[in-house]
Design a protein around this ligand. Sequence first.
Ligand code: GLV
Ligand code: MN
Ligand code: MN
Length: 414
Amino acid sequence: MHVNVADQPAFGEAIATRLAELAALSDEPGRLTRLYLGPAHRRATDLVAYWMREAGMSVRIDPLASVVGRYEARDGGGKTLLIGSHIDSVRNAGRFDGPLGVVTAIDVVKAAFKSGKRFPFAIEVIAFGDEEGVRFASTLSGSRALAGTFDEKALDELDGNTISRREALTAFGCDPRHVAAEKREPERTIGYVEVHIEQGPVLEQQGLPLGIVTAIDGVTRGIVDVEGIAGHAGTVPMAMRHDALTAAAEMVLAVEQRARAQPNLVATIGKLDVPRSAPNTIPGRVRFTLDIRSPVDAERTQAVEDIKAVIATVARRRGVLQRFTPGHQAPAAFCDERLSAQLAAAAEACGATPKRMPSGAGHDAMAFYKIIPFAMLFVRCRGGISHNPDEFASAADIDLAAHALANFLDRIAA
Ligand code: GLV
Ligand code: MN
Ligand code: MN
């Protein structure tokens, strides 16, 4: 079943154009920042819903603000295939991380719709809104709802402005009381597929446009609060200080040292706040985030324990208090062999030699681990740069990914 891509509808440029349209929807002028349930997420939701309708899908916004577009099966019955990714972003983001998978899925369904093609299964294209976990402590709420593992306690989490997730959802027009009804029955679900930019340099280094993900690293996030004693920068002798920031600095370097000691383990302090700070005040409080990942769950959990211990040691020695508050957690998640093989065969049929590779980045797909089989298609990323406005995937590579996805649908149908 070899496909001559040149004879097929061109996807790449159209998808790139839609990604530019979405990138213009931002909470901040001059850069792309689209946080979960914020004003730009609202506008992106409406735009994606419009595109889905244009592609022949019926559309609804679910109780956690995921946009769900449904393309009915040929005979109206059958199982459902889920295809998704996310439309929230980090602060000062690139335009491909998340939206690439959503828009590619919409355009592939649209091509089927325009040619009058239906499948023996329904397709649900889903634009999740809570993948990056920038606004609230936990994340993947939309995908976890579909997996049936959403923890209602997350509704009480507060953002930086002390707005609860529940309040933000209600203001968005969602009713979080109905989350349980979103659980997809595994027996009625073929699987979940996600197209995503690689966000790393491996495909580019190897000169390959596409990759097939084997597994997604597990992750532990948390927040560390350090409390010292604020004081006058001119009057308190160095030896008598309880400086929360210098303590935090030592903790940050200890985290880096622990992560460097273990191959394949990564640890990041991506955010550090010094509240009520001033040039002439010894910092009394610091709050920083921790994000620790590994392909091996036991190595990650051991590293988390070691890091908590070294933070406590630094705090004791420096006479400050510290508290660790756990946040988002997810185990390493392995992709389904059968779906991955079909996706690889589809990519090969379109002329690619996809590389099998792990994902260091997290994805909505991981929420389905051990519940609904999932597979992921990676698209080459220029310079391996992501979570950065310079993130880029070429229209040619996107085109190939879209053809591979279309071919995958035909294989599943067969
Ligand atoms: C999402 O980009 C994540 O891996 O945190
Ligand atoms: Mn992503
Ligand atoms: Mn991301």
